[in-house]
Design a protein around this ligand. Structure first.
Ligand code: GLN
Length: 542
């Protein structure tokens, strides 16, 4: 039977619950257990798909096409377990399902209430789609004490009674602030936060205390005493130089051991953490460095590009170099003499994006990379912008654009209204719902035999994750090929261009999908490995 571990957070947000859950998942895995990680978010949006990336951070997409919270990206990066639709839920989704049932009459006229109907729906989500997993780790978003978290806390309280206490563990992540003037770490906010949990019937067994300073033994005992927790279960979680050092650090603090002890699992066999130690070592002592410019629209909130910045780190690990990133707002490039921002960089990356603002800047960045032979990596929108650039400047189509920016008689990038998924035809109307209606999730792509990407992937067919509405229009193939665009990857039916590259350039690749979503520190994505390798070669030239 699958055991459940619930991770809540207290005192403040941004304590790194997602990384903590991921690191625990990795530690349990390193001891031979099978894990799944799940996120329950209290907000009322049905999913993060329509939430602004500058407010909410990146929308992480799963193979099965769910638009989820960025923490699922951490889970995958740390454990390598591909997340699914059934691993992410919000209050909005739960409520909309409950209300849909009520409208259908499924409750047979009964009064529909938070307890039991909403809490039952939450419990159903937690238990669903589990097979032979030893542990299911469920992170509860938000901070204990928030009004909207209450149904989730009530649901996990009930679930523990139903599954048996020995099969459910509560871990609470808190903050021990350091007060400079007193020279002390303060335990009071943690005590209050645990009290708050107790008031809804949850006694945590393990406290993970985020702190910038080591916790003195006396304070650890004090926390244990006031919070009713064994002192050895008060785990110190100090700030680290890289998140990939967290599994090793937590293990040193006995985190995984206390978890296993709680469940009565053996703890004598130690986990193999050598792969984690090796990557941390590589990150600390790189042989060189490269600078990559990222020309995007959401640079004011770097969490919008979480997977992307991690994938670049992985590309660096694979090549033994440090990757410095210059985040550049694409609007800057709409000014006349802005190209000096790109002088001296070893690679230019234009990431995914939506809407017209800043696009001329992205197009100019692609042109600069093409003309100056600087490695270029265009992801989704970044591929579309590179294609528009080539069409305008080399393909004799000066009015080339995307229909995303309005009606046009030269939409080299156009709205997709139908495409094939598996054996099924998916269709969409223009002007329909915005939420959940893009081409989402994993699709196959066939690689041209003599292409650069074929060598990079060493495969004929790949599967990558998508999240877009528009697509390079294959009807312009002839003009684009004349402009030097090589169609290196196509959907299996030959209709949708998935990868473009250039022959007359050291490394110019545009992909319609999001490879960053599948990159992992222990298994860097081939395209990020290849891009950073090209940047290293470029750095040697200058
Ligand atoms: N806005 C573009 C589209 O919808 C690109 C999306 C993206 O970059 N993810 O096709």
């Amino acid at each position: 039977m699958t055991r459940f571990i619930f991770i809540t957070g207290g005192v403040v947000s941004s304590l790194g619950k997602g990384i903590a859950s991921s690191a625990l998942g990795a530690l349990l895995q390193a001891r031979g257990y099978k894990v799944r990680l799940r996120k329950l978010d209290p907000y009322l949006n049905v999913d993060p798909g329509t939430m602004s990336p500058t407010q909410h951070g990146e929308v992480y997409v799963t193979d099965d096409g769910a638009e989820t919270d960025l923490d699922l990206g951490h889970y995958e990066r740390f454990t390598g377990v591909a997340s699914r639709q059934s691993d992410s839920v919000s209050s909005g989704r739960i409520y909309s399902d409950v209300i849909a049932k009520e409208r259908r009459g499924d409750y047979l006229g009964g009064t529909v209430q938070v307890i039991p109907h909403v809490t039952d729906a939450i419990k159903e989500f937690i238990r669903a789609d589990l097979h032979d997993e030893d542990f299911c780790l469920c992170e509860i978003g938000g901070t204990v004490g928030d009004i909207e978290s209450l149904p989730f806390l009530e649901a996990i309280r009930q679930l523990r009674n139903e599954q048996g206490h020995e099969n459910c563990l509560f871990i609470h992540v808190t903050l021990l602030p350091y007060i400079k003037s007193a020279g002390e770490l303060k335990t009071k906010p943690t005590q209050h936060s645990v009290k708050e949990l107790l008031s809804v019937g949850i006694q945590p067994e393990i406290l993970l205390c985020r702190s910038e300073r080591p916790i003195p033994e006396g304070e650890r005992k004090k926390i244990g005493l006031f919070c009713n927790i064994k002192p050895e279960c008060v785990i110190e979680a100090l700030d680290v130089d890289t998140i990939y050092n967290v599994p090793v650090k937590y293990h040193e603090q006995g985190f995984d051991e206390q978890v296993l002890r709680y469940f009565g699992c053996p703890t004598d066999k130690k986990p193999n953490l050598t792969p984690w130690k090796n990557i941390v070592q590589r990150m600390r002592e790189p042989e060189g460095e490269v600078t990559i410019a990222i020309v995007g629209k959401y640079t004011s909130m770097l969490d919008s590009y979480k997977s992307l910045s991690e994938a670049l780190v992985h590309g660096g690990i694979a090549n033994n170099v440090r990757v410095n990133v210059n985040w550049l707002d694409s609007q800057v490039f709409e000014g006349a003499d802005a190209m000096h921002h790109l002088e001296g960089v070893n690679g230019i990356l234009v990431p995914g994006g939506f809407g017209e603002r800043g696009t001329e800047g992205k197009i100019r960045a692609a042109q600069f990379a093409r003309e100056k032979n600087i490695p270029y990596f265009g992801i989704c929108f970044g591929m579309q912008m590179a294609v528009i650039e080539a069409a305008r400047n080399l393909g004799g189509l000066p009015r080339a654009t995307s229909s995303e920016f309005g009606d046009s008689d030269c939409a080299v990038v156009g709205l997709m209204t139908e495409w094939v998924k598996g054996n099924q035809l998916e269709t969409r109307k223009s002007g329909g719902d915005m939420g959940g209606t893009m081409r989402l999730g994993a699709y196959a792509c066939d690689l041209a035999k003599d292409s650069k990407v074929h060598a990079i992937y060493s495969a004929d067919r790949i599967m990558e994750r998508h999240r877009h509405r528009y697509e390079v229009n294959i009807n312009y193939r002839a003009q684009l090929e004349k402009a030097g665009v090589v169609f290196a990857g196509m959907s299996p039916d030959g209709q949708l261009p998935e990868i473009i590259e250039r022959k007359d350039h050291p490394w110019f690749v545009g992909v319609q999908f999001h490879p960053e979503l599948k990159s992992k520190p222990l298994d860097p994505h081939p395209l990020f490995r290849g891009f950073i390798e090209a940047a290293v070669a470029q750095a040697r030239l200058v």
